[in-house]
Design a protein around this ligand. Structure first.
Ligand code: ATP
Length: 320
């Protein structure tokens, strides 16, 4: 419990300085100082002699208290907020190695070295998106972690759709797209033995607020704002993602992959499309025909045979 929790739980009513001071075992001056630091972060707080402090509004930050305000469910019970760090996945992995619990979340307003697959960079300008990593300790063999990545994708898309981005879709294996542009990426990293995962870190980079994107992404990326004309409340969106993830995680407990694959397939717009596949040993063209029971992408080739893509790069062929 801290002063911001108390202001939020009283919101929109005021709360007396005396009550905050006695609950938090602080002096009235210490409470006043806390209000000042919250105001510096952009929270609007009205202080009146007889009624106390009233929270009027808060900025769109990913502060733990704000995430907690919107959150329900089990995931995200501990949130570590940073103003700027190299990568939320790196920080989350360190915390996980130190024993952080299942459901711990790391968030930052900015990443200075955000990563995608195979060491590619993820552009993460200040407060322009959601940069978050969730620590999970699932009871899973390592070979099933790709299914967890798929589940995370389903959660992100469902959450985006629930706040109005109805066109968001999943591009295998780890991207959320709108039309022919990328809006979000998911990067799962794991630690464990072959037969049992110790922890998985699910990193999410979601473009929410950008109107302009860096030149190199201008033709390939988009944001929630560009698509809808609205800047979503990032703390609320993140809380929704956690809740959606909580709904799909139980699908992994069963060894039957069908329900999770069905949840994924609902959002799979590669299905039936002509795609280019680039793998380490060459590239080829085919038609995406859905996922295998282990979550690989099935490609139908012109000669009638089928190939499975485990980790290649798949791109939609240009529209004719
Ligand atoms: P691709 O999208 O080319 O298939 P990928 O799925 O492997 O690649 P990721 O590893 O998830 O991609 O993300 C890294 C790539 O995403 C970068 O190489 C860059 O092209 C693109 N990218 C980087 N930052 C952003 C961003 N903020 N929004 C959209 N795309 C980005």
């Amino acid at each position: 419990m801290n002063a911001l929790n108390m202001l939020l739980s009283a919101f929109p009513e005021p709360i007396s300085g005396e009550l905050i001071a006695s609950t938090l075992k602080l002096s009235r001056t210490a409470v006043w100082k806390q209000m000042q630091s919250l105001q510096k972060l952009g929270l609007q707080i009205e202080g009146k002699q007889n009624s106390g402090y009233r929270l009027l509004s808060w900025p769109d930050l990913l502060l733990p208290e704000l995430i907690q305000h919107y959150r329900s469910g089990q995931l995200g019970q501990d949130v570590f907020w940073h103003e700027s760090i190299p990568s939320t996945n790196t920080t989350a992995k360190e915390l996980a190695r130190q024993g952080a619990a299942h459901g711990t979340l790391v968030v930052t307003e900015e990443q200075t070295a955000g990563r995608g697959r195979r060491g590619r960079a993820w552009t993460s300008a200040k407060s322009s998106g959601i940069f978050a990593s969730l620590i999970l300790r699932p009871d899973l063999p390592t070979r099933r972690v790709p299914m967890l990545t798929l589940a995370a994708g389903v959660a992100v898309v469902e959450a985006l759709q629930s706040i109005g981005l109805s066109d968001a879709w999943l591009k295998w294996p780890n991207d959320v797209w709108v039309g022919r542009r990328k809006l979000a990426g998911i990067l799962s990293e794991l630690s464990g033995e072959l037969d049992q995962v110790d922890f998985v870190v699910i990193g999410m980079g979601i473009n929410t607020h950008q109107m302009e994107l860096p030149d190199e992404l201008a033709n390939t990326a988009t944001s929630f704002y560009r698509e809808t004309g609205r800047k979503p409340n990032r703390a609320e969106l993140l809380a929704r993602i956690l809740l959606e993830l909580e709904k799909v995680l139980p699908l992994l407990e069963s060894t039957d992959p069908a329900p999770l694959l069905a949840a994924w397939q609902k959002h799979d717009r590669l299905l039936g499309k002509s795609v280019n596949v680039i793998e380490t040993n060459g590239s080829y063209t085919g038609t995406a025909v859905g996922l295998s029971p282990t979550g690989s992408l099935r490609i139908a080739l012109a000669d009638g045979s089928e190939r499975l893509v485990l980790a290649g790069d798949v791109s939609l062929r240009p529209l004719a």
